[in-house]
Every structure is written in C-alpha cells, then in structure tokens.
Design a protein around this ligand. Structure first.
Ligand SMILES: [Zn+2]
Length: 421
C-alpha cells in the first residue's frame, strides 16, 4: 500500500479508537450511576424518569457505536477498493471534466456517500426516538425533508463548487485565498438568508401568541434592547417532542426561535429566562465570535487543500494517476474529518464559555437565577438528557455545559447577588 494511504488508515483507526473509547467511558459512567438517582438530582427527577434517561442514553450509545463502525467500513471501502478512481473516470467520460461537470460529480459523490447513512438515520428516528416517545415525524415528512435537503444542497452546493473550481483557473496560485474569501462571504449571506428563506421551507414560524406571556416577553425584549418582532415560535412538535430554543442570524437579520414544545413544557418565568439566555447570545455577540473562529479554521483548511493538491503522492495514494483539482477537492472532502475531528473539543470549549456567559446574562436580565435553574432541570428531564456523562465525554462532545455545571454557575451568580437560588 502507498505510504500515505497507510498513514491515513492509521489516522482513521486512531479517530475510531478515540471516539469509541469516549463512548465506552461514557457508558461505564452512566451504568455506574444507574442503580439510583444520584444525590445531586434527587430534587430534579423521579426514579422512573431517571431510569428511562439511563436507558435512552445507553440505546443512543449503542447506535453511535454502530454508526462509527459502519461509516468507517464505508470510507475504507470507498478509498481502498479502487472504486473511487474508477467511478470518477466513468463520470468524467460520461459527463465531462469541465467546471460544472466536476462540481456536479463532487456533489453526486457526497450524496451517494450520505445515502449509506440513510437506513441508520431512519432507524434512529422511527425506532429509537419512537421507543422513548420523542418521535412525532411522519414517514411523509421525513422523506420530504430529505428530498428538500437534496434539492437545496444541489441548488446551492453545485454553483458554489463550480465557483471554487473556477477560481483555480482564473486566479492562479493564490486561488485558495480567493476561495476562502468566497466561502466567508457565502457563510455571511447564508446567516442572513437561511432564517428567512431556508428554515421556513421546513417549519412554520409564528409570532408570539397574545396573552400575559407575550407582554412579559416583550417587556424583557424592550429592557434588553432586542427587537421584539424577531422573536418567533416554531412548530418543533411536527417532528419531535424534544424542546429547544436558538438564536440565529446577524445584526438586523437576527431571530430568536422558541420551539412550541418548549412553550408547553416550561412556566412563564422559565420561558422568560430561556429568552433572556438567547438574547444574551445576541448582546454578547456570540455569533460573530463563532464566525471568526470558523473563518480561521476555513482558511487553514484551504491552505491545506491547496498544498495537498500540488503533491502527486496525494493522488497516487488513492489510485488516481494524474493530479486534477476536482479530485483534490473530492479526496480532501473524504479525508478532512480525521484532522477536523481534533478541533471538535476546541470549538466546544468556546461554545461552553458562551453558554455560561448567556446564562449569567439571563440571570441578570430577569434579576433571578431560580427560573434559569428550574427551566434547565425541566428541559433535561423532558429530553431524558444524560445527567451523568463522563467528564472526558462531555468535555469532548458537549457544546453546552452539563446540568450540574450550569446549575453550579447560576448558584454562584446568585451567591454574588447575596441570594440563594
Ligand atoms: Zn445557549
């Protein structure tokens, strides 16, 4: 085997070992606490619900182990069977090797690969989530979602890929700096366009329903300098009973989305505190800050791709006789996960820092940490969240701090205010 193909195989196995090892640690941690509700959660959750959350976490862990194994088998099959160069050869012979043909070929390859994960996705939604009472998606909605995603992906992805491949021809050796610029602009445009154009293709958005809750939330928005029109309720219950809220968009195009499931599960004070948390993400400029981080990693990615594209061994390792930029894009897309996965915990450290900041902002805005704490407890309970993750597991994978960590920070905030939460 070519040395680089061997090296990549080793890196892939290392990634698999790390992710599997983390899953096992997490499962062991959950099992170790499974027999009774841990002391810290006695007030939060009853024994039956706790037992259900343990079963849910373990069922998801089994599924993750299958997904990790299966995706590696597929990738090894694609990269080491000789099928990839043969398939690419067939495509260029059939469709051509121009910019648009190559862009469409890249999109087709990504789509075919993602199809291999489809049965597992289906199983998670209609067996696993169903078994724990979360699934509300119909078969029709689920398949329609996939179809819409495919059409959108093709409509946006193929022109974008064609533009990037075009830049290689038009701008010469610094194409990757131009490509990076294009991608940054694209991300900015998507941040503005997605909430307005794309999200409504999948869900219905409505203004806050009239009533005392609305008055309370509008008062909070006025107090914290948030445009009230940008607060909307989404029909999350169309797909799942999981509850959530998020902040999206940039500047004038900002939007806070509260799931209808969340509105049904929490008290008015708790909903106010969730909204205050999301407003915190806006006031503290978390979206532009995360954008800056992803922009820097994109630049590093482009530099890496540009360098690899000039190495003949990069192509030879996986059976491609001649270097070609579309092939470099294809290989880079398939290989980059073994590198970027090491960045996951770094991004999550930043994300968790922002969550603490937004929690503190919310407590200050509503003048009380208590609804933040009870709201978090309820959401963890209703979502059957894992209450006892292994610290390495949550440290690596969690974009949000654990319930214990967030409660601790909110209680510390309350203590500085001379109150107990
Ligand atoms: Zn948040």
């Amino acid at each position: 085997m070519h040395w680089f193909a061997t090296l990549f195989l080793v890196l892939m196995v290392v990634r698999w070992l790390v992710l599997n090892g983390l899953e096992r640690l997490n499962v062991a941690s959950v099992r170790a606490h499974a027999s009774s509700v841990p002391e810290a959660f006695r007030d939060t959750i009853d024994a039956a619900t706790y037992a259900k959350s343990v079963a849910y976490t373990l069922a998801k862990a089994r599924m993750t182990a299958i997904e990790l194994g299966w995706s590696m088998v597929v990738l090894v099959g694609v990269l080491y069977s000789g099928g990839l160069p043969a398939g690419w050869q067939a495509w260029t012979t059939w469709v051509g090797d121009g910019i648009w043909a190559s862009a469409a070929g890249l999109f087709a390859a990504v789509t075919l690969l993602s199809l291999t994960g489809l049965p597992l996705d289906w199983w998670v939604q209609f067996r696993l989530e169903e078994r724990f009472g979360f699934n509300t998606t119909t078969q029709a909605t689920w398949w329609m979602d996939r179809l819409k995603g495919l059409v959108l992906g093709a409509g946006i992805g193929i022109p974008l890929l064609a533009l990037l491949l075009g830049l290689v021809e038009w701008t010469g050796r610094w194409w990757w700096v131009w490509g990076w610029g294009v991608l940054v602009v694209f991300q900015l445009v998507m941040l503005v366009v997605a909430p307005v154009v794309i999200l409504p293709l999948f869900n219905k958005f409505q203004p806050l329903p009239e009533g005392p809750l609305k008055d309370r939330l509008l008062a909070l928005a006025a107090r914290t300098g948030f445009r009230a029109r940008a607060i909307e309720v989404m029909d999350g219950s169309r797909r799942s009973r999981h509850a959530n809220a998020f902040f999206t968009g940039l500047g004038r195009f900002r939007k806070i989305v509260l799931f209808d499931t969340l509105m049904n599960q929490l008290s008015e004070a708790e909903i106010e505190s969730v909204l205050a948390h999301e407003i915190g993400h806006f006031r503290l400029r978390h979206v532009p800050k995360l954008m800056a981080w992803s922009t820097l990693s994109t630049l590093a990615g482009f530099a890496c791709l540009a360098w690899l594209a000039e190495q003949s061994w990069f192509y030879a390792a996986f059976g491609f006789a001649t270097p070609a930029m579309p092939v470099a894009f294809l290989l880079f897309g398939l290989l980059s996960d073994v590198g970027t996965f090491w960045l996951t915990p770094l991004g999550n450290v930043l994300s968790r820092k922002f969550e603490y900041e937004a929690d503190a902002f919310a407590a200050t805005a509503v003048g009380d940490a208590a609804p933040g704490i009870t709201g978090l407890r309820k959401l963890h309970e209703k979502n059957l969240a894992n209450l006892t993750p292994h610290p390495w597991y949550s440290g690596f994978h969690y974009s949000h701090p654990t319930l214990v960590e967030r409660e601790g920070a909110l209680k510390a905030w309350a203590a500085t205010q001379g109150r107990t939460a």
